[in-house]
Design a protein around this ligand. Structure first.
Ligand code: DHB
Ligand code: FE
Length: 292
């Protein structure tokens, strides 16, 4: 059977992608940020998953105000790298896993979550920056990512956005779906976006280190309590784009201790927090399911 072995959480600031694409990662500004991902890259290399279920948000790239799905599951065989205005990032296209994605769609929709199915989904920095952060700078000799990716695009751009509670429950349903897929696959689930940032308006540049770190503590130790935090608290404390953090709760809900009946608590493999990256606080966490 397929199983979820670990969850990875990371911010997805576009300037981080630019730093990698333009070989600026060893500059003084960027070095401390990339140092925080060295351990993660080694960890991923020593036990690469077959599939990453990658929760991210589209930034008005594939979707516009014409059509705003709350949860859109990428069911295609491949996902093109989106052009966000400066040409597509110079990274390989993302290969999907249509069979597992179709199975997850079947299970999760029958489990009462109304997913939108996306058979064509250009993926933006929300998905590609976490891939590059975790897999490392591009090697021109390597024209593929080391695993397949099933994207889940979540609307956190236009209100109303889904609640933390809904996201945690969706993670639980995704876990049930993965665990009923009849093929021996190592699946990781990644949650991206955040941490505190606000890109526009009078509070642009807002960073709240204390709130971010308290939220991380709670997300790890008390996912139910974390899922009860209302949107207004994210926006007030972590800025208008801090609401991206609700997506981390989808990955958290897919961990063993959130299942019913509950499995063992996850092991914290790595935790990192850094300010600044552009106008954003960067948070990063790896949780591993321990074998029951
Ligand atoms: C920026 C954009 C994002 O989507 C994000 O999550 C953080 C920062 C930016 O434009 O700087
Ligand atoms: Fe974003």
């Amino acid at each position: 059977m397929a199983r979820i072995t670990a969850s990875v959480y990371t911010s997805h600031v576009p300037a981080i992608g630019v730093a990698m694409d333009l070989a600026k990662t060893t500059e003084d500004y960027w070095r401390p940020l990339f140092a925080g991902y060295e351990y993660s890259r080694a960890w991923l290399r020593q036990a690469p998953p077959d599939v990453v279920f990658l929760v991210y948000n589209d930034h008005a790239t594939a979707f516009s105000l014409d059509l705003i799905p709350t949860f859109a599951l990428g069911t295609a065989a491949a996902f093109p790298i989106a052009d966000e205005g400066w040409g597509p990032r110079p990274v390989p296209p993302v290969e999907g896993h249509p069979e597992l994605a179709a199975h997850i769609a079947q299970c999760v929709i029958q489990d009462d979550f109304d997913l939108t199915l996306a058979n064509h989904l250009p993926v933006d920095h929300g998905l590609t920056v976490p891939l590059s952060l975790m897999c490392g700078e591009r090697d021109p000799k390597r024209d593929r990512w080391p695993f397949r990716v099933i994207p889940l695009a979540v609307n956190v751009v236009l209100y109303p956005v889904p609640s933390g509670r809904r996201c945690l429950e969706l993670g639980r349903a995704i876990r049930r779906a993965v665990e009923s897929f009849d093929e021996d696959l190592n699946v990781q689930i990644w949650g991206t976006g955040g941490m505190s940032h606000q890109l526009q308006g009078a509070r642009a540049g807002l960073i709240n280190r204390a709130w971010d770190n308290a939220w991380l503590d709670r997300m790890i130790d008390d996912p139910e309590g974390c899922a009860a935090i209302p949107h207004v608290e994210y926006v007030r404390e972590a800025g208008s784009e801090g609401i991206e953090l609700v997506m981390w709760l989808i990955a958290r809900g897919a961990m063993a201790d959130c299942a019913r009946p509950a499995g063992p608590r996850p092991r914290v493999v790595h935790r990192f927090y850094h300010v600044p990256a552009s106008n954003t606080a960067v948070g990063h966490l790896i949780l591993e399911n321990t074998i029951a």
